[in-house]
Design a protein around this ligand. Sequence first.
Ligand SMILES: Nc1ncnc2c1ncn2[C@@H]1O[C@H](COP(=O)(O)OP(=O)(O)O)[C@@H](O)[C@H]1O
Ligand SMILES: [Mg+2]
Length: 414
Amino acid sequence: MPADTPSTSIGTSTGTSIAPPTHDEVMAALATVIDPELGADIVSLGMVPSVDITPDGLITVGVKLTIRGCPLRAEIKKEVESKVSVHPGVTDVKISWGEMNADERTEVMTKARWNARQNAPDTEIPLSCKVLAIASGKGGVGKSSVTVNLAAALAGAGHTVGVLDADIWGFSVPRLLGISDRMEARQVEGSDKPKIVPNERPVGDGLLKVVSTGFLVEEDTALMWRGLMLTKAVEQFLRDVQWGHLDYLLIDMPPGTGDVQMGLARMLPSTSLIVVTTPALAAQKVAQRAADMARRSFLEVIGVIENMSTFTCDHGESYALFGEGGGQALADAIGAPLLGKVPLEAAVAAGGDAGDPVSLHGTGAAADEFRSIAQQILDEIAPPTPAADLDMAGCTAREFDPDDVSVTAVTITR
Ligand SMILES: Nc1ncnc2c1ncn2[C@@H]1O[C@H](COP(=O)(O)OP(=O)(O)O)[C@@H](O)[C@H]1O
Ligand SMILES: [Mg+2]
């Protein structure tokens, strides 16, 4: 069999000509290439639309990236080349790059989330609980104010709402909710370690369960936390707190977009992000950071809230003190809805100082806006798990619900 007619060389090895791998063999090699961010192999993620094999061993692998500028491109290229070229019949490996469309991206993110959920460690957060992390690219935009006001409004609507102050060093939730008691650690049945008990505050027919490092003052409990890394502390809040029943958990995230988000994504992969921003249009960089954060941690951004919007004085005159349009620009940039614009209003700060969130009894525009956002959460973007489904909450099949997919479509398209 002449070596220069490769099409007839299959199954033989004369001279330098070795049969190229089969399609299945190439796919098997590609199935060992893991997308480090999505945590699964590129074949099962649907990132390999085509494999072309020439008789002389040139393999052209089609690889679709979630976004064109994917920073992992070089890494994936190296992995694909090295895994495929292991086969002795391969003479060269080429990659034909493509980009996913919105539907494909939705699908891949759903799979990634699914994988993450399968591998998520145990936490004390019930699976039926809707977890909303309130994040921002930078501090001082009103993240904590938004967190407590939404939590209070949701509790006021009759729900049990956990508030986790994950801004470990810059905690402000205890003051904003007027709670100063020290949290207790208590021996609980079924656990060899004592568990932290959240501080509670009844609100209307609902209940707030609040956890913050601000409640951990000296003595025994503090010992448990001393010297802990930020991420570790948040992990412990999720694992060592006896949360009990929760309809919602609102997490006041530390400013920035780093490790805590990633830790959360690992611990609570079904967390949805709500990004708070100011009206300043110069928020593009922050917007990009928030979008990147969502992509890297594959947490869904389900909404944007603009805070400190147009101030209206007693005479009815309006002033855009911090600019205009930032919330909408950010929402557009990350493909999530703008849930509301909370005006700059003295009552918000005063409510915070008094430990009484304005969303509870306030009559002004800011209070109305907070309540309207909470209503959107309840009605549309993260409705509570219906009581009838609570028993099913542990069933993983639930996690492929169509809502999830449609929310993802909103989030990932950008
Ligand atoms: N809509 C608003 N109107 C007036 N003051 C506000 C508003 N939102 C936040 N503030 C005030 O701005 C400051 C920073 O808010 P905070 O919620 O602590 O921000 P962050 O948690 O992002 O650092 C606080 O003093 C708070 O009372
Ligand atoms: Mg804060």
